[in-house]
Design a protein around this ligand. Sequence first.
Ligand SMILES: *Cc1c(COP(=O)(O)O)cnc(C)c1O
Length: 828
Amino acid sequence: MHHTLAYFKDLVVVTAGQVVAETANLPITELSIDSRNKTLTPFPIFFAIVGINHNGHDYIAAAYHKGIRQFVVNDRYNPSVIATYKDVNMLAVTDTLKALHQFTAFYRSKYRLPLLGITGSNGKTIVKEWMHELLSRKYKTVSNPHSYNSQVGVPLAVSLLQPNHEYGVFEAGISQTGEMEKLAPLIQPTHGLLTNIGPAHSQGFQNLTQKIQEKIKLFTSCSTIYYCKDDPLIHLTLSNLYGQTKVLVSWSSLNSPFWADYLVTCKQLADQTTLQITSSTGSNTFVIPFRDNASIANITHCLVYLLDNGSDPAQLQRSLLQLKSIPMRMTLKTGVHRCQIIDDTYTNDIASLRVALDFMQQQQPTKRTVILSDILQSATADGQLYQELATLLAKHAIHRLVGIGPVISHYSTLFPIPETIFFNSVADFITQKPSFKDETILVKGARTFQLERIVQSIEKNSHGTILEIDMHAIRHNLSYFRRQLNPTTKIMAMVKASTYGSGSSSFELASALQRHGIAYLGVAYMDEGICLRQKGITLPIMVMNPTDDNFDAILSHHLEPEIYSLALLDELSCFIAERNTQPIPIHLKLETGMHRLGIAENELDQLIEQLQQMPSLHIVSIFSHLAASQADVHDGYTHLQVERFIKMARYIEKNMQIKTLKHILNTNGILRFPQFQFDMVRLGIGLHGVGVDATIQPHLLPASKLKTTISQIKSVQKGDSIGYDRKAIATQDMTIATIPIGYADGLSRSFGGGKGRVVIQGRQCPIIGNVCMDMAIVDVTGMALKRGDKVIIFSAAHSIDTLAEQVGTISYELLTQIGQRVKRIYYS
Ligand SMILES: *Cc1c(COP(=O)(O)O)cnc(C)c1O
């Protein structure tokens, strides 16, 4: 049995159109707008839609030949042509798209069921697919096929609604103002979900606020709206429009209780990601099958919605791990030259490509490249298929297309993409080796094409040099420092400069610290803080070098600026004046003798006066930094600094009638002046188990080990020169080993000329000649070694402090200099 949507007469009434040809009052069982698509039911109706590049009226004949007998046409459609069609119902209207909308709205109005409407910039197709899958376990659910979310896609999708459906999930996408007003009545959602708002497709809108205002018109009919509160503009815009009339349910991944209805904490462990979702009624933890931020945000939307609507958490967890949607097959990999690869070398059809492109848009905004094989097994004729593909790629602002296969190469001229390049086969690609740099690369193709070979060829091959970070050592060191402190003293872990070199972001360390009861994190720059937030770190974070142009981002990511001068405070004051903000947590840095950053004693009155005019500022802490905490010759100076600090902090607290956290100690300060710990200390290098006095060193475990492997062994004869500039001359017949680590990896040139030593098979081997950018040469004379043997640059046994001494620097510098391309491995 085919479901009847309505009858032709209904359509006439709903659209107030004019019947220009009539056979009988036929049922309408299906909507068609594309004569190429096969119709599946006996009474389809063809809407001749006029688009920018195509006119549906040109395809009426084709549709008629396929057996379609009902049409909606433009009222200017030629009457003499109409007369040539026999046994048809033909309705003429002024605007066929509007008629399609009118009919769909009429059809939708017949149903009463819970229906979730989803919109946003990115992720809506994936969220819709997942919601469909998760809801389907309990309800007979209907949703848009693929990403039918446009002005013509939504009507087709809504027409699939049938009386036996119990739940609807429909997405809507728009690219300019005025469009959502038209889509909202077609969907009439009872519940709304806004995924996010990104800068993509912004041309159709004046600004972000307008873009949000337009999109949320979808929710006019909703009782409840779900969204992430971490984008302040979304929160503001939704509250302004719907705060009085609808229930707004929000979630947040920032750790401030009561800030949102659901607090979400994400933890990335070595082998799994967990999401803890807490509301006033309780807390649930889910294991989720992905690690990337976009997927984490997408699944959070789903989980919050379902929990809020009474789903059973245990059941949800089971369903979660069985989600079979396409994006789960996609994996993110690190590519050569700072590329990011989305590996989806499993299927290739337009629908899954749409989802993959959507996923790609959620990644960091970089140049977008698609490597795509021929599309196999499509019902659509090739020419049309590749035309559709070209439009799709252009719409997603793809910058570069690499086509693999004879068919896509044949249609090479169809693609309006800035850069295109085609290969007949994967083998051709591999021999010709096109280069990639700073791109997000989606690799997508049917399995038979074996695009995984392409992925392998552009994946960053693990450079033999590895920095291992022993998380056990970090925990050990943390507890050692904690034992030196009073139980109530808080610890701020300084994770600036990628946590003293330990990671491309400080995330792994920060998340371990978060689990081990650290109170605060300190970073040098806003970017470092944002990176931590994006990866789910919820601890409060102090930013030491804020600037006036990034207050906005600092505050929206719940980072807390350090205010180190009156000028900076002024800038913050200007920033606040332009908006009404929530209380802003700040940290005041005082100048007590370091003479770097800080507010001086003679500026305090002015400081206080200024602060009193800014009631929205919340002074969380007052602090200063010791100039020479490690050196006993300067202990008198340290005491002087502390005295000044106490005096100045008291003055501020007294005059402002506040009580704040106070802190001045760094690693060596903690070890040498525990009496000055106040309320908090700032622990940096000590966590890594280095940089401390020799008497303390035995209590700590150095956490980092930098190692590499021998690339090549050579024999040289007495008198041969070695390396650049012939810097070293062999004084005897020698054996030398080349190691793949150079100054770009952090092995400074000052290690050359025999000054620095590495350890091979327990023996110290001097680095001879000049250190090159990517390599260095080591004297291994007399040793029986082979390519691949392990080389230790530094480790617990071969201390980085000693190494630093060998070349006249400090461990801080060596640690933070380790190149980004050196792979970090964390282990416990
Ligand atoms: C880096 C830093 C610290 C930590 O110093 P360590 O000697 O590494 O413990 C403390 N406070 C401030 C202001 C810093 O910049």
